[in-house]
Ligand binder design. Structure first.
Ligand SMILES: O=C(O)CCC(=O)C(=O)O
Length: 260
């Protein structure tokens, strides 16, 4: 009898865990067509690091062997000095502002099988996002002394002529989600630091772990026709040990920019 009670209790607990881990999470990121809706598949459970703003991590998003393949692919394709995306900063300081971003990076075509797989995995996290919404996939390498100072990934409204060339949902196009995947374990330095939480959040790079957040709020047509992109400020803390990271930005519409 006691055994039966124990068995039924375990079964109920298991059902409860499975149920809560398959829960769909809706995040406060409005697009013109509604919300970006996240799946929380049991195989890739999301850990909530912050709920205001939303920041999630996903352990083992990529396997060690996928990470190794991606590092080899990036190494053999050749990384170059990473440029600065922010248009205003580029105008003031130039495309390569090594006081702001110092690391090497490259864009990888989605025709390469390992990249195609990562992109499919990223898109599968969302209900209303397909691989067509994904910007060209980037991989970056930080060596001792490298960093990426505080910035956001959203594109501000005063760049709307720019965003219209990058995404097929004008007039309001923006990056609505960012996914970082760490490709190696990093003993010291290189944390991803989020500066708008209290206390600030430091995420230590762990091989295969993904970080997911929402870099820009899309304008609400009725309340705010001009719209404001709200950035989620973050940085890559100065590296001590080598760090490899994959960056995948997700757009509100089909991505039609460079490398599409
Ligand atoms: O390397 C990191 O931890 C963050 C990278 C980053 O902020 C970016 O690529 O936008």
């Amino acid at each position: 009898m006691a055994f039966l009670f124990f068995f039924v209790s375990c079964l109920c607990l298991l059902l409860l865990i499975v149920r809560s881990s398959t829960e769909t999470r809706t995040c406060p990121v409005t697009t013109r067509t509604g919300f970006v809706t996240l799946f929380n598949p049991p195989s890739q459970p999301l850990t909530t690091v912050s709920s205001q703003p939303w920041i999630f991590t996903i352990d083992n998003f990529l396997t060690p062997s996928e990470c190794k393949t991606l590092i080899s692919l990036a190494s053999s394709s050749g990384l170059t000095q990473a440029n600065v995306g922010d248009k205003k900063r580029r105008e003031e300081k130039g495309t390569y502002d090594s006081d702001h971003r110092r690391c090497s990076s490259l864009n990888l075509p989605s025709s390469r099988t390992p990249i195609k797989r990562v992109r499919e995995k990223c898109a599968s996290l969302f209900e209303n996002i397909s691989v067509e919404h994904l910007e060209v996939t980037q991989i970056s390498r930080y060596i001792k002394g490298d960093f990426f100072r505080v910035h956001d990934d959203g594109i501000h409204p005063y760049y709307s002529s720019h965003t219209k060339k990058m995404c097929s949902s004008p007039p309001h196009c923006n990056r609505v989600a960012t996914i970082f995947v760490y490709l190696n374990d990093v003993e010291e330095g290189g944390e991803t630091r989020f500066t708008q939480t209290d206390p600030e959040i430091f995420i230590k790079p762990k091989k295969g772990m993904a970080v997911l957040f929402f870099p820009a709020k899309m304008p609400d047509d009725e309340k705010d026709p001009g719209g404001l992109a709200e950035g989620l400020m973050h940085e890559s803390v100065t590296a001590v040990d080598e760090k490899w990271i994959l960056q995948q930005f997700v757009w509100s519409g089909k991505y039609i920019g460079v490398g599409a």
